[in-house]
Design a protein around this ligand. Structure first.
Ligand code: NDP
Ligand SMILES: O=C1OC[C@@H](O)[C@H](O)[C@H]1O
Length: 357
């Protein structure tokens, strides 16, 4: 019998549509058959019509009759049929909503970036442990099979010797005159490219230069250009781990990058990856620069079901934390993002930095 995981959704917007589509419908034959995902509730906090529209747009009318729609997030939290809540709102209220979910006894899958600052992350980790509830950042890239293959090549097969340098980028054209870009340019919503897309570029050096989590927090130097609204829009970060490992990550809102690549350099070769946020292809080169292996993956859905299935597997096993993308990993990333923001005077309103509920 498959293990049924019952989901609630807060924030029926853009990413939620992709995630829920994947959760329910991605037809990858390798998906675990032991888990049956069921969407039980959808909540908008501004208008129940948003939740209803989402339900009708995403889910086949015949199969959606049992899904409850709510006009307030709190009402969804009162539904005791819901086991885990996926929070897909803009960055500014992640802390508050996650805190409320945990207090209401719900496990949580929280969109990236987990919170606005490291203190908020620490509080949520502590609360989830106290309540014995599952909590994870929806860092979908880490669950992508190409990321996992690269990890294996580097650390189980020693395919490129010692990993010493990683360069990684992610840039999109975020047009400031487009009203839908409010989330990116508005400090009150926790905007800026670092938290929006820089986090993906950073995740490769952060995940692979310290893969066994034995090294100290890295030395960080960074530079950023700020928008007229005060958030970062063109940002570069250098991380130094230990005495000899260096990561370079950059992100920008100024151009649509055709080359959002990652390159992992080892002492005996390199691995190139096509897309830092949504990898589909890797190429392994030996020390002489000869291509020795490559892999292209089949694409099913949006690539977000890997993280969703992982949540299902963790819940099935009764875990309160992933052992693959841990809460310590989330906290480390939160500290790195905060350090870079501080170095570049990206200041958010005190209200969204607050740890008061
Ligand atoms: N994993 C990934 O690939 C991606 C992740 N993300 C992350 O997901 C989160 C949501 O991004 P995205 O889907 O683009 O966001 P949207 O702008 O689509 O907003 C999502 C929902 O949040 C609520 N909301 C939007 N603006 C506000 C506001 N000003 N005040 C209060 N509530 C608001 C709305 O729900 P309601 O009806 O309740 O008001 C809206 O439907 C972000 O943290 C982002 O970093 C985003 C894109 C891709
Ligand atoms: O997480 C994301 O990935 C894709 C981007 O377009 C989006 O702005 C960002 O939030």
């Amino acid at each position: 019998m498959p293990h049924k995981i019952t989901w609630g959704l807060l924030g029926p917007g853009r990413i939620a549509g992709k995630f829920i589509n994947d959760l329910l419908f991605a037809a990858d034959p390798s998906r675990p058959t032991t888990i049956e995902h069921k969407l039980v509730g959808i909540a908008s906090n501004s208008n129940v019509k948003n939740a209803i529209r989402f339900k009708n747009d995403i889910i086949n009318q015949e199969s959606n009759t049992e899904i409850q729609c709510y006009g307030k997030y709190d009402d969804l939290l009162a539904n005791d049929q819901i086991q885990v809540v996926y929070i897909a709102t803009p960055n500014f209220n992640h802390f508050e909503l996650c805190y409320k979910c945990l207090q209401a006894g719900k496990s949580v899958l929280m969109e990236k970036p987990f919170t606005i600052n490291a203190k908020q992350t620490e509080i949520l980790i502590e609360l989830s442990r106290k309540k014995k509830l599952f909590l994870m950042e929806a860092f979908w890239t880490r669950f992508n099979p190409i990321y996992k293959d690269v990890y294996k090549l580097c650390f189980e097969e020693s395919a490129i010797g010692e990993v010493v340098t990683i360069t990684s980028q992610l840039s999109f054209l975020f047009d400031q005159s487009d009203p839908s870009m409010d989330r990116i340019y508005n400090p009150a919503l926790g905007g800026g490219v670092l938290l929006d897309i820089g986090i993906y570029a950073l995740s490769w050096p952060v995940g692979l230069l310290n893969h066994d989590r034995t090294l100290e927090f890295p030395e960080i130097s960074s530079q950023a250009t700020l928008s007229n609204t005060g958030v970062d829009v063109n940002t570069a970060v250098v991380l130094k781990y230990g005495s000899n490992k260096i990561g370079i990550a950059n992100c920008s809102a100024f151009y649509e990058n055709q080359n959002n690549h990652v390159v992992i350099y080892g002492t005996e070769g390199r691995i190139e990856v096509d897309l830092s946020y949504k990898p589909t292809h890797y190429w392994l080169y030996d020390g002489a620069g000869k291509l020795v292996k490559e892999k292209n993956t089949n694409q099913y859905g949006n690539g977000m079901y890997f993280e969703a299935d992982h949540v299902g597997e963790c819940l099935t096993k009764g875990l309160i934390e992933s052992d693959w993308y841990t809460l310590e990993d989330t906290l480390t990333m939160a500290k790195i993002l905060e350090t870079v923001r501080k170095q570049n005077n990206v200041v958010y309103p005190g209200k969204i930095e607050s740890t008061e509920i």
